[in-house]
Write a protein that binds this ligand. Structure first.
Ligand code: SAM
Length: 250
């Protein structure tokens, strides 16, 4: 369905732009407590490999400043905290306080502290100075943002010259066969799994729908270019079910 300036997608539904933040917030308040266990169940643990790949492509070094945007329960933050070390700085920013609370408690229990801070923020209006971070990651978060172009411009602003952005996100499977199998899984099995484990089928129906509505690999690459990023490229993971996009600010 086509959108006018006042409307946007929430999964397959068309809603007023101003409603989206609250509806996305409902989803993540609802799933926060079961988020990690559902991630492992839904992906068979493969989300860990996707995140590992993102870290490997990040070029992160000790002492650098990282923003883990839409960082949720902190999987990427935990890894960046170890790599950047005591002279580094990792900010886990997320719009949702339930996700932030779960993330902070998990990382504290694992002894990850000192160089990590937590900020509640909307990706569209980041509360950080210009040219501040060496690296920004947004893992499975951009899909949920209302104005993705605005968010990409905001990320560009807070990145240092020479810094890079990594967008890890669900994308478009490259083969017809995989696409069909993935559709069956997403629409027949995922909501049932959500109902069974988290007592919440709707949020997992939204997950499946929001993935289908997200820009494909080439469109997202163009959006990054339009926001000012250079040297953009992407890697398809698991046949394009997920893609890692990388771009630089020069
Ligand atoms: C699927 S979770 C991903 C969490 C984590 N990055 C991971 O990979 O496991 C998506 C996260 O995006 C956050 N989010 C949604 N809209 C956002 C926005 N506009 N700004 C910042 N965070 C947002 C949600 O609150 C949620 O924690």
């Amino acid at each position: 369905m086509s959108l006018d300036q006042e409307t946007t997608h929430f999964g397959f539904k068309t809603i007023e732009k101003q409603q989206k933040v609250a509806k996305v917030a409902e989803v993540f308040h609802s799933v926060a407590a079961k988020y990690d266990v559902m991630n492992d169940l839904m992906s068979g643990g493969v989300h860990r490999l996707w995140k590992r790949f993102a870290i490997d492509c990040s070029g992160i070094r000790p002492g650098q400043k990282v923003l883990d945007l839409a960082g949720g329960t902190g999987d990427l933050t935990a890894k960046f905290s170890r790599i950047t070390g005591e002279k580094g700085e990792v900010v886990l920013a997320d719009i949702n306080d339930s996700m932030l609370k779960v993330g902070r408690a998990k990382l504290r229990d694992r002894g990850i502290a000192g160089n990590v801070s937590y900020v509640q923020a909307n990706a569209e209006a980041l509360p950080f100075p210009d040219n501040h971070f060496d690296l920004i990651t947004i893992g499975f978060g951009l899909r949920n943002v209302t104005d993705k172009d605005q968010a990409l411009r905001s990320m560009f602003r807070v990145l240092k010259p020479g810094g890079r952005l990594l967008v890890l996100e669900f994308s478009k499977p490259s083969s017809e066969f995989l696409s069909k199998a993935y559709d069956t899984y997403s629409f027949q099995i995922l909501p049932k799994l959500g109902e069974l484990v988290a007592n919440d089928s709707e949020s997992y129906q939204y997950l499946a729908e929001s993935i289908r509505m997200h820009p494909d690999q080439d469109t997202l690459q163009q959006m990054m270019n339009d926001a000012g990023f250079e040297g953009t490229q992407y890697y398809n993971l698991t046949g394009g079910i997920v893609a890692l996009h990388r771009g630089y600010k020069f």
